[in-house]
Design a protein around this ligand. Structure first.
Ligand code: MLC
Ligand code: AMP
Length: 492
């Protein structure tokens, strides 16, 4: 049995999850996840790493399903509840999942897939039907989870982690940020990425703490929980802090004072998944007294760098490698760079993912010959701490904390009848970090950009839809024919 489940047995009567106003204990989580596992196993001894996709909003059910898949020996493949069908179909097909567990609110979305006789789409109601079964014994090197992330290739890749890797990602953070069973955290992040799954949900459950879910981020509701005084920890992307500040600013003086007082009581507030703008850090400190702890991570590595919980948190910096994480900065020839010289971040350690699912070549290319994972992020070591400087690829955009491949959006845009060519870039934005912008080439004199956005929304999730468009006669290219995207930025 994996250690996460063993630990849960110690916390039996404590509240593990609060969702939809109900409290669920660790005991209920253990029982319900065993029921899910028994139904999935359906009298077989082990799922043997079968991929089980699930489309369930953040909730107790999500947690019991995730644990149930793990307990039965399967690989959990969470689907994004905001994705349109083609994006989900891609994940289902690429992962080879034959079983999809679906919450009742999303059954209609998957209806068209029912024609596929190879897929078993199972409503949650059925998977939670009373059943018991012996459960397989799981070794740490068994594959456990697959999260889809965009990269420099046009289609997202499945990042595979094992139980051992997940445990390493969890325990590093639990120790560094001193999680304890009295902690209470609110999860407002999507549950198909490491930030929500590992840093928030899994760290809480490892520690015997409580995780409250909101199915979607809503600034007013977050402030309400802050005001209730329950929360001890909070973790979010910079855009969320920006939106929480905007909500605070919209309130009258009296409310503001109460809100500030409540937020000042938390023991830790963390920002990550994208660069935290220093003005946001300063403003948040001025209204709550909290110095946000910024850390750096990636789907492929969990968390790599973190400011200190106990000592200095330097604005604009991401601190030092977390315990167990080996990190180096290198130049183009893989030579380690000196202090104050920008270099690419490479990582080694037990937290690093195992492979891109069935993409041997991509996996091989992601590591140096001596086993360092190549992140594609550029940083500098200055005065005792690391500072992230950006990425080495213009084709990767970070918007609202989501990683977005420009190439994926360009590929879809090219399928539009009126579009001959396109180049997608990220344009700096105070609220979103970057926003997606598209430069289009068409035979037509003008294009209806709203129509294009609507058309895209049937194929891509909302956060990948360009917010800015321009029409050009042609795209700027270098002698090799590659679009020189940096020339496009000033046009927006
Ligand atoms: C949504 N909108 C955007 C947008 N996303 N506009 C510009 N850029 C974007 N990226 C618009 C919508 O179209 C809508 O506009 C309005 O904003 C509200 O949409 P929404 O979907 O309700 O947005 P909201 O819920 O407010 O989303 C904001 C958010 C979300 C910050 C909560 O983006 C989010 O959950 N981000 C977290 C992603 C995450 O977990 N990343 C971690 C990856 S792991 P209109 O006009 O229709 O109202 C990782 C590793 C690590 O990175 O280090 O952690
Ligand atoms: P993802 O692939 O969604 O896991 O996103 C990981 C990427 O987010 C990293 O490769 C970085 O580019 C970015 N990122 C995460 N944390 C930070 C941070 N604190 N500052 C800057 N970029 C970050």
């Amino acid at each position: 049995m994996i250690d996460l489940f063993q630990k849960a047995k110690l916390y039996k009567d404590r509240t593990a999850v609060v969702s939809h106003g109900n409290n669920y204990t660790y005991q209920q989580l253990l029982v319900q996840s065993s029921v899910v596992a028994a139904n999935l196993l359906n009298n077989s001894p082990d799922l043997n790493e079968a991929r089980i996709a699930f489309l369930v909003p953040p909730s107790f059910e999500y947690t019991a399903v995730q644990w149930g898949i793990w307990a039965a020996g399967g690989i959990a493949v969470p689907l994004c509840v905001q994705h349109p069908l083609p994006a989900m179909e891609y994940v289902i097909k690429d992962s080879g999942a034959k079983v999809i567990l679906v919450h009742k609110d999303f059954q209609d979305v998957l209806e068209p897939l029912k024609a596929n006789a190879d897929l078993f789409i199972i409503p949650l109601m059925e998977i939670f039907k009373e059943k018991s079964s012996a459960l397989p014994d799981l070794l740490p090197n068994r594959r456990a989870m697959m999260l889809y992330t965009s990269g420099t290739t046009n289609k997202p890749k499945g990042v595979v982690t094992t139980h051992g890797i997940i445990q390493s990602q969890i325990t590093t953070l639990v120790n560094a940020w001193e999680w304890e069973k009295e902690d209470y955290i609110l999860n407002i992040l999507p549950l198909h990425h490491v930030h929500g799954i590992i840093n928030v949900l899994s760290c809480a459950l490892w520690s015997g703490a409580c995780c409250e879910f909101h199915t979607k981020f809503d600034a007013e509701k977050v402030w309400r929980v802050l005001l209730s005084g329950k929360m001890t920890l909070f973790m979010a992307v910079p855009t969320i802090y920006y939106k929480l500040i905007a909500f605070w600013e919209s309130q009258n003086k009296e409310n503001q004072m109460e809100m500030s007082e409540a937020a000042s009581k938390l023991r830790l507030m963390v920002s990550g998944s994208a660069a935290l703008p220093v003005p946001v850090l300063i403003k948040w400190k001025s209204i709550t007294g909290q110095t946000l702890l910024e850390r750096y991570g990636m789907t492929e590595i969990g968390m790599g760098l973190s400011n200190s919980y106990r000592s200095e948190r330097r604005p604009g910096y991401v601190g030092l490698p977390l315990p167990g994480v080996e990190l180096r900065l290198v130049d183009k020839d893989n030579n380690i760079v000196d202090e104050d010289v920008p270099g690419e971040i490479q990582i080694k350690g037990p937290c690093v993912f195992r492979e891109y699912w069935q993409k041997e070549e991509a996996t091989r290319k992601a590591f140096t010959e001596d086993g360092w994972f190549i992140t594609g992020d550029v940083a500098m070591f200055h005065n005792g701490m690391y500072k992230i400087l950006g990425r080495d690829s213009v084709d990767i955009i970070k918007s609202g904390g989501y990683k977005i491949s420009a190439l994926e959006i360009e590929d879809v845009l090219r399928m539009h009848n009126d579009i001959n060519d396109s180049a997608v870039i990220g344009v700096e934005d105070e609220e979103w970090g970057e926003i997606v912008a598209a430069c289009l080439v068409s035979n037509k004199k003008s294009l209806d950009f709203d129509e294009i956005s609507k058309w895209l929304k049937t194929r891509l999730p909302a956060y990948k839809i360009p917010r800015k468009y321009i029409l050009q006669d042609k795209l700027p290219r270098n002698v090799l024919g590659k679009v020189t995207k940096n020339e496009l930025k000033p046009l927006f």
